[in-house]
Design a protein around this ligand. Structure first.
Ligand code: ADP
Length: 271
């Protein structure tokens, strides 16, 4: 493909539009003197699946940890579904957000980590109903019905009375995904959810993610080192390098026609 042709097909981060659900504007993040993200601008639309790829230490986890309010940007703003993360509007002025506001914004985001951390002394069902009942105040029976639906979706509807230790790592991670979906988040974040699994268990978890993605309405930001999965599942791929989005666009462009030497060499590791 010529440079010009490529220019036309590569999506650039869109302007804010009615479908934008996550928006980072001029975000910088430093830990002490070390700048780990520099002038990040990113819009994610409702229902979009964004894959974040890049070498270790490039800033991928920091991007999604900030969305989960686990880290505060050093500069710039982040909005989720029209709400600023660290500020709230009071009589036309932005003031630092209190814990109540942060809890509310956090409630619209679900995150699944590498370590699934289920409660070992609770059944699979209770692992999935604990937070909706005690954090969101959802009626117990309603929470159970939602949990059953999500456990069915991840193929574990018959394991509700078992305990985490009775399940394989892949099954436990699928429970963690179901547990997150029960909270009905607007945005789902996945941070290398297969990285801690034995290789033979990776496929079943990726299949579950693909199923969720194919249903269309869940907005997903996915950090992954599984390039084939990224190509299959993502609408948009971001290549992070040294705290910046170095290349981005449709998976076909980014993964199959990388422009920079950095991305070519990064992808070369997965062949
Ligand atoms: P990635 O997910 O791409 O591997 P991270 O976002 O985890 O990258 O990390 C980006 C950089 O930020 C790394 O150099 C990492 O060491 C640094 N970093 C992350 N968290 C902290 C922290 N709490 N304190 C200091 N440095 C950190």
């Amino acid at each position: 493909m010529t440079e010009e042709a490529r220019e036309e097909t590569v999506e650039t981060p869109g302007e804010d539009n009615a479908n934008t659900i996550v928006s980072y504007k001029n975000v910088k993040k430093a830990f002490g003197d070390t700048v780990v993200l520099n002038d990040l601008n990113l819009n994610v639309n409702q229902g979009e699946k964004v894959a974040l790829i890049g070498p270790s230490g490039s800033g991928k986890t920091t991007i999604i940890r900030m969305l989960m309010t686990l880290e505060q940007p050093t500069e710039g703003t982040i909005e989720v579904d029209g709400e600023m993360l660290w500020h709230k509007e009071v009589k036309g002025e932005f003031v630092p957000a209190d814990e109540k506001h942060l809890r509310k914004v956090r409630g619209s985001i679900g995150m699944v980590f590498q370590q699934y951390n289920l409660f070992p002394h609770m059944t699979i069902m209770r692992n999935c109903t604990e937070a909706p009942v005690h954090v969101l105040g959802v009626d117990k029976n309603e929470a159970k019905a939602r949990a059953q639906e999500m456990l069915d979706k991840v193929g574990l509807g018959d394991k509700v009375d078992q305990y985490p230790a009775q399940l394989s790592g892949g099954q436990q991670q699928r429970v963690a995904i179901a547990r997150s979906l029960v909270m009905q988040p607007k945005v789902m974040l996945f941070d290398e959810v297969t990285a801690a699994l034995d290789p033979e268990l990776v496929g079943e978890v990726l299949e579950v993610l693909k199923d969720i993605a194919s249903e269309g309405d869940t907005t997903m930001m996915i950090i992954t080192h599984e390039m084939e999965f990224a190509r299959d599942v993502a609408d948009h791929v971001l290549f992070l390098d040294n705290g910046k989005i170095a290349e981005q666009g449709h998976p076909r462009n980014v993964l199959e026609n990388p422009q920079s030497e950095r991305l070519q060499s990064f992808l070369g590791r997965f062949i």
